[in-house]
Design a protein around this ligand. Structure first.
Ligand code: C2E
Ligand code: C2E
Length: 190
């Protein structure tokens, strides 16, 4: 049966290279990645259900995205076909250490002259009234670039104007505000 190819492995810890990765963590990260791609495609769970003619039910896809339900490899391939992305784009990045290290650290400050590098991993869990609008705006850029690396997105200085409007700040305060919200990655000067 297809589900036996599940990407949600046993509850035991799994050894990947030098890192020990718990299977629950992996499922959660896989789900986050699947959600990022859906959001980049600007589809709701219900849109996916409708457009896939109920091949991917909203409730089941939601459970995959929350890491609550195992997704089989064939299903993951079908989902990649549906989203029109290479299947590896649905997999979480291999080096989990970076994500783990970021937890509990002070968000990096942003200094004028630095590139604005959005932390797309942090965006997944971000909450707040402006976050959905920021997501939509970044989603447009990703689709235009066809850039689905899913970890970072370097945006133009010009884009700070739109983000300032969303955040109700001045243009100069937009990047520092994003940094305060923990949504920027440290970057070198441009
Ligand atoms: P465009 O502005 O006509 O840029 C065409 C191509 O020139 C881009 O294709 C990219 O390969 C290159 N390019 C332009 N500016 C830069 C830059 O500052 N750095 C780098 N490394 N390359 C640059 P691409 O990436 O496929 O983007 C396609 C179109 O999507 C762009 O056309 C633009 O209309 C839009 N776009 C892409 N990224 C952004 C962004 O960060 N902000 C905004 N506002 N629009 C973007
Ligand atoms: P970057 O590629 O290192 O570019 C740094 C700055 O050089 C850009 O700052 C922009 O002022 C200028 N520049 C580079 N390539 C072009 C170009 O083709 N056309 C024009 N008009 N200017 C260019 P900016 O706009 O603030 O962008 C910051 C960073 O955002 C870029 O660093 C790049 O990493 C990313 N980016 C911006 N636009 C695009 C794009 O269209 N496609 C892609 N793939 N990346 C972009």
């Amino acid at each position: 049966m297809a589900e036996s190819f599940s990407l949600q492995f046993s509850p035991e810890a799994r050894r990947a290279g030098d890192h020990v990765v718990s299977d629950d963590d992996y499922s959660i990260r896989l789900g986050e990645r699947i959600r990022v791609i859906r959001r980049q495609k600007r589809l709701s769970l219900q849109d996916v259900e409708a457009r896939s003619e109920a091949e991917f039910k909203a409730s089941v896809l939601g459970a995959y995205e929350r890491g609550e339900r195992a997704v089989s490899v064939p299903r993951l391939h079908r989902l990649a076909e549906f989203y029109d992305v290479p299947v590896d784009q649905l997999l979480p990045p291999a080096d989990v250490e970076v994500v783990v290290e970021a937890v509990g650290e002070e968000p990096p400050a942003w200094l004028p002259g630095q590139k604005v590098v959005i932390d797309l991993v942090a965006m997944v869990d971000a909450v707040g009234p402006e976050v959905e609008l920021i997501r939509r705006y970044l989603g447009i850029i990703q689709v235009k670039r066809q850039d689905f690396n899913g970890r970072v997105l370097t945006i133009r200085q010009d884009d700070l104007q739109a983000l300032a409007a969303i955040l109700a700040t001045s243009v100069n305060d937009a990047a520092p505000r994003l940094a305060e919200m923990g949504l920027l990655r440290p970057a070198t000067s441009s």
